[in-house]
Design a protein around this ligand. Structure first.
Ligand SMILES: Nc1ncnc2c1ncn2[C@@H]1O[C@H](COP(=O)(O)OP(=O)(O)OP(=O)(O)O)[C@@H](O)[C@H]1O
Ligand SMILES: [Mg+2]
Length: 755
């Protein structure tokens, strides 16, 4: 079923027309939605509320989430079933959770309120507590780990929502979604499947795999004009053209300035982080003068919020400077807290020009009147330059046009020559998005899925394995024999490494194999860790363990050495050779291996600096590692240290058990060992923890006896935190003392602001 024009419909479907409980409809209407958007209407008419499997492919912001919400409500009320809502990103899971929460006011038949739950962290748990929830929102990776733990409530799932299903095409994360969907179809063949997608070329193929009908609707809430800007003229797809006033040399900047002057906001996609910062800087210089006084004040307020959030670094300072002038940049190097402030401020119209690397195009709901694609190429460390896909371009372009604020949205690609202008028109604006291809049959990726299939009892024989992988999207698109040969090779590896054993026809997981599957790590990582336990290095240090986890394939190469650092990192490696738990490669034998190894050493050095309390700003200077990257490396490190500890328990390596356990908390908090007692307290992080410790409060006992006034007077502590600390350590605080302190602090604050 496909429809391009919304014109031919009969009567418009309204929320009140739907066969849903009145309370549910009331909540939707109260949120401001009265009529259904065309894609929603088509989905309902195609049987979304009657349990039909459906793939809904429609543009960005065309309201796909609401279809999922309505379906989920139907299941809760009429079937008493559970919904699992799969998203590709944690940020997206949080966004969906916020949208679903409003239905918690609803009451189920049995008299209890409807429960919405979210679970995205900790890959080593079955999260039995989720049993109580009616809708469970997760990331694809978390769902995969829950399936490996055979969470009991999975059998109760009656609706599977797969959001952004075009992700199947992504090399790293597509296969996880593919296996999760295949697994859920295997476990609950009767569950309804609702897959939501951007418009893609082969929806029919995905629908066939999911045994679903499909709907493609090219409808958008705000009309979109697409064009190419060369020098001063935009050429639109319908042949029309428009001139843009030339104020500065850069055409992209002229278009951004024009957008702001006419009351809109511009979102500029750049190819690299560096470009995003430099464009935002130039934009700030230009727009500062055209901001109205109230806009300027609002922007200044946001800038101050950035400075007051998290650790102060040269990046947060330069970001705050730009925000003060109404511009900002957004990329994966930013700390999470700063990124959220930017996103909210842009949504609220306080930032006029936002530059971003393409990571933003994916999922985050940030519309702007004009989307400018400054460069159709993208730079990926380790790969180099390549042109973005049509699908990616369409995702970026789809951000153009804010419902309720803009009559139309505009997406404009920037051309440097007139030939390039023709090329961009042909290859992006007039082109159809690519087909989606499964990326499952790669040994490195399939390894853990093969082990999980056996370890979690989804198959017991080689035939059972082929049967399962024969039902994947890969098998449908290609040929099951291609995947068979890889599965056979993996089985041999798992057998040789004692993760599975063979009894007659049956293949069973060993205790080791089962634990590895639950820990959600690559079997190769587990083998590296197990073999490390057999070694007897001269010294067993923090660095030994940090390097060990950096050496596993599960530590993505987030932190890379620059070629100018090779000598320094190589030297560090030589100096610390006696601590390493793995063999070092020969510099002259295999250069690629050697450079990769230096990457692992640098990752470990960075993590070590973090737990030695180097500040984020010092880390930017010393390692050129930005806070966002550091945070991602820390998250992965915590998970791998947990796996290391669990394997140490399994293999009875006492020293590794205690050392890894301590490193988990130190990595989480970024502190030296001596700070551990203090940072256990809620509200006390690495910076405040150090202040408290240096003031002489080294243990909980010290804090119990501390004078409240002394605590309040410590830098960055204040009465609120001091009181919270006292409550946690069990110290007694007199009400009068507290009131007196709060008053004094208020007075101090007031004096400061007036000054
Ligand atoms: N029928 C409706 N009437 C008015 N607003 C609506 C309606 N349906 C959805 N919306 C609003 O439209 C916005 C975009 O919806 P949604 O996030 O579901 O888009 P989407 O199709 O999932 O896009 P993406 O591909 O970017 O994920 C939301 O803010 C939502 O509240
Ligand atoms: Mg969506």
């Amino acid at each position: 079923m496909a429809r391009n024009e919304p014109g031919e419909r009969s009567a418009k479907l309204k929320i009140t027309d739907l066969s849903l409980p009145d309370t549910a409809k009331e909540i939707v209407i109260r949120s401001g939605i009265i009529d259904l958007y065309p894609p929603q209407e088509d989905a309902i008419r195609a049987g979304a509320l009657d349990g039909k499997n459906l793939v809904l492919a429609s543009p960005t912001a065309s309201g796909k989430t609401l279809v999922a919400e309505l379906c989920a409500l139907k299941h809760i009320v009429e079937k008493g079933g559970k919904t699992i809502y799969l998203t590709p990103l944690r940020a997206l899971a949080n966004e969906k959770f916020d949208e679903f929460k409003k239905y918690s006011q609803m009451v189920k038949k049995n008299g209890r309120r409807v429960r919405m739950g979210i679970s995205t962290g900790d890959f080593d748990s079955s999260d039995a507590w989720l049993e109580r929830y009616d809708v469970i929102i997760t990331t694809n990776e978390k769902a995969d780990s829950l399936l490996r733990h055979r969470a009991k409530w999975i059998d109760e799932i009656s609706l599977v929502v797969a959001d952004e299903v075009h992700l199947l095409n992504e090399a790293e994360r597509g296969p996880t979604l593919e296996v999760v969907l295949a697994r859920l179809m295997q476990v609950n063949p009767d569950a309804q499947i609702l897959a939501l997608s951007a418009t893609i070329n082969n929806v029919a193929e995905i629908a066939e795999w999911l045994k679903a009908k499909y709907i493609t609707v090219e409808w958008r809430p705000v009309p979109l004009k697409e064009g190419v800007l060369f020098q001063e003229e935009i050429q639109y797809r319908d042949g029309a053209a428009r001139r843009i006033d030339k104020k500065v040399k850069d055409p992209a900047m002229n278009l951004a300035l024009y957008t702001i002057k006419t009351g809109g906001q511009a979102l500029v996609f750049t190819s690299t982080r560096k470009m995003s910062v430099s464009f935002a800087k130039k934009a700030a210089g230009e727009i500062d003068t055209i901001l109205t006084k109230p806009s300027k004040r609002a922007a200044e307020h946001e800038a101050d919020r950035i400075l007051a959030t998290g650790e102060r670094t040269r990046i947060s300072e330069s970001l705050a400077e730009l925000v003060r002038c109404g511009a900002a940049f957004h990329h994966a190097g930013l700390a999470g807290g700063h990124r959220r402030i930017i996103e909210d401020a842009f949504r609220e119209g306080k930032i006029k020009v936002l530059t971003a690397t393409p990571t933003l195009a994916f999922g985050v709901n940030l519309p702007a009147r004009t989307v400018i694609v400054q460069d159709y190429r993208r730079y990926e460390p380790g790969y180099g330059w390549y042109p973005i896909s049509v699908l990616e371009y369409k995702q970026m372009a789809g951000r153009a046009g804010r419902p309720k604020y803009d009559k139309a949205g505009e997406a404009v690609l920037i051309a440097k020559t007139s030939d390039e202008a023709d090329y961009l028109m042909e290859s992006y604006i007039l082109a159809r998005p690519e087909r989606i291809w499964s990326k499952l049959a790669v040994e490195r990726i399939l390894r853990s899925h093969v082990l999980a299939t056996i370890a979690a009892d989804y198959a017991h024989t080689e035939r059972g394995l082929y049967e399962f992988f024969g039902k994947t999207f890969y098998a449908q698109q290609y040929d099951v024999t291609a995947i068979k040969s890889i599965v056979t090779k993996i089985l041999k590896y798992l057998y040789d490494e004692e993760m599975v054993e063979v009894v007659g026809e049956n293949i069973n997981a060993t205790t080791f194999g089962r634990r590895v599957s639950e820990l959600y790590i690559d079997p190769v990582s587990a083998v590296i860790v197990r073999n490390a336990f057999k070694r007897k290095p001269e010294y067993l240090t923090d660095f030994s363990f940090l390097h060990l986890i950096a050496h596993t394939p599960d530590m993505e190469p987030i932190i890379r050495p620059y070629s100018s650092e090779y000598d320094q990192v190589g030297l560090y490696m030589e100096e610390h050779k006696a601590e390493l738990l793995v063999e070092t490669p020969d510099e002259w034998e295999d250069r690629i291996d050697y450079e990769q190894f230096l990457g692992e050493i640098k990752t470990a050095m960075t993590l070590q600096a973090w737990i030695e309390e180097m500040t984020e700003d010092q880390m930017i200077e010393k390692f050129r590692v930005q806070p966002g990257d550091l945070y991602r490396a820390i998250e992965t490190a915590k998970w791998l240290l947990h796996a290391t500890r669990e394997l140490a328990v399994l293999f009875n390596h006492r020293q590794a058990q205690t050392h890894a356990l301590e490193l988990i908390t130190r990595t989480e908090k970024g502190v030296k060992r001596e700070l551990l007692p203090v940072v256990k307290l809620e509200g006390v992080g690495r910076v405040r923890g150090r202040i408290i410790f240096n003031a002489g409060y080294r243990t909980i006992e010290d804090l119990k006896h501390a004078n409240l006034e002394d605590l309040v007077n410590l830098p960055l502590v204040g009465s609120k935190l001091a009181r919270k600390i006292k409550e946690q350590v069990g110290g007694f605080v007199k009400r009068e003392t507290l009131e007196k302190l709060e008053k004094a602090e208020e007075f101090k604050q007031k004096a400061l602001t007036e000054f």
